[in-house]
Design a protein around this ligand. Structure first.
Ligand code: XUL
Ligand code: CO
Length: 435
């Protein structure tokens, strides 16, 4: 069956086109700073928002009109695979991401769930071989089922911990089977609802033990996969242990896991933490821990995880600047962890949402490349910090001084003129780089 019969493969037609099913900026073969847009951007479609979400929210039921519902949960799951690969082909996206529960029904037992996963991943593998599409990452959903009400690797219940381990073991086997390039942990309910009943130390130690076992199992499978942790500060828990990039890296260092993990950073999670997206990317990049990106946009008026398709060119230009300075994002990519609004009810909206996101990233890439070529930020920064390039500043940077020497220096140089930053002027110039 064809699931999107009225849609041809989406092509680049340029900014002037009036065809809504066309790219206006994303031109996969266009070379930017020595690499094609396709190589820079490594887009991925998220199975959960695209195939399993139904448009329900806490106040109302599903609204989306979909044509892949079958007679049984397994039949629906198989139809979804067919529809998904048709969509990837039509969108010209090379990668995809999923949680275990997105692709296969959980049935009545763990055994049944694992068997269903085998059947569906066989089908996915066939489709991958046929189309050349690739798995950016998979993950285990250890937060939706009622057993995970207190978390998974940070649950107070050891049986729940073991169940979660079984899911991750299977997830890594699937990753190996499908040649996954990364494996993600988003700590769904790994945090606390209240400190009143929480053993904070035990929960963190247990979570680290869990990650260590995952690293060991990937080695046992001889599967060279990049592990990623995805920070988020709150929602669903009051406090999530992977609060933001800095907290997550401190955790990895504390437990000596830093060489096995990088970060998967998400736009809306950054804003929930009170940061900009570029802040999170910069913090991770600085420590060589920028692994991958979940692309979305948070509605700042609402303050929860709204996961909109990205459309803000300024945000994405600054995000892409971090990616360029990182020398790219591979083996990570740009996963649209983005969902349609509840009012975007048509199948066609799945294409329109992704096209909007892809065009926004293409614009961001073009703007960021120009910022880099013009050394826009380098020039501002090198001028602003020029006092550390010679004299006493150079001594400080090279570690060749002491409090005593600095105090003596200050005695003779206490008439300090601090120059203006002219930030308004630079912000106005920055606007010229938005494509
Ligand atoms: C939740 C979120 C997840 C992860 C994967 O906010 O971002 O979808 O990306 O579990
Ligand atoms: Co995400």
């Amino acid at each position: 069956m064809v699931y999107f019969p009225d849609v041809e493969k989406i092509k680049y037609e340029g900014p002037e086109t009036k065809n809504k099913l066309a790219f206006r900026y994303y031109n996969p073969d266009e070379v930017v700073l020595g690499k094609t847009m396709r190589e820079h951007l490594r887009f991925a479609v998220a199975y959960w928002h695209t195939m399993t979400a139904d448009g329900s929210d806490p106040f109302g039921e599903g609204t989306y009109r979909r044509n892949w519902h079958g007679e049984s949960p397994m039949e629906t799951a198989k139809n979804r695979v067919e529809a998904f690969f048709e969509l990837l082909e039509k969108l010209d996206v090379d990668y995809f991401c999923f949680h275990d529960v997105d692709i296969a029904p959980q049935g009545d037992s763990l055994e049944e769930f694992l068997n269903n996963l085998d059947v569906i991943t066989d089908l996915i593998k066939e489709k991958m071989d046929e189309t050349g599409k690739k798995l950016l990452w998979n993950t285990a959903n250890m937060f939706s089922h009622p057993r995970f009400v207190n978390g998974a690797a940070t649950s107070n219940n050891a049986d729940v911990y073991a169940y979660a381990a079984a899911q991750v073991k299977k997830g890594l086997e699937i990753s190996k089977k499908l040649n996954g390039e990364n494996y993600v942990f988003w700590g769904g309910r790994e945090g606390y609802e209240s400190l009143l009943n929480t053993d904070y130390a035990l929960e963190q130690d247990n979570m680290a033990r869990f990650f260590k076992m995952a690293v060991d199992y990937a080695e046992e499978l001889d599967h060279d996969v990049q592990f990623l942790l995805e920070p988020k500060p709150k929602e669903p828990m009051t406090h999530q242990y992977d609060y933001d990039a800095a907290t997550t890296m401190a955790f990895l260092h504390k437990y000596n896991l830093q060489d096995h993990f990088k970060l998967n950073l998400e736009g809306n999670h950054a804003t929930l933490a009170g940061h900009t997206f570029e802040h999170e990317l910069r913090v991770a990049r600085t420590e060589n821990m920028l692994g991958s990106m979940d692309a979305n946009h948070g509605e700042t008026m609402l303050g929860w995880d709204t996961d909109e398709f990205p459309y803000n060119v300024l945000d994405i230009t600054l995000a892409m600047y971090e990616v360029l300075e990182n020398d790219g994002i591979a083996p990570g990519g740009i996963n649209f962890d983005s969902k349609l609004r509840r009012t975007s009810t048509d199948m066609e909206d799945l294409l329109l949402g992704h096209i909007a996101g892809m065009d926004t990233f293409a614009r961001g890439l073009l703007g960021a490349a120009k910022l880099k070529e013009d050394k826009f930020f380098d020039n501002i920064i090198s001028e602003r910090y020029s006092s550390f390039e010679e004299g006493i500043g150079k001594d400080i940077v090279e570690g060749n001084t002491s409090l005593t020497e600095l105090a003596e220096y200050a005695m003779n140089n206490d008439d300090i003129k601090v120059p203006s930053n002219h930030l308004e002027y630079y912000k106005s110039l920055l606007n010229d780089y938005l494509v």
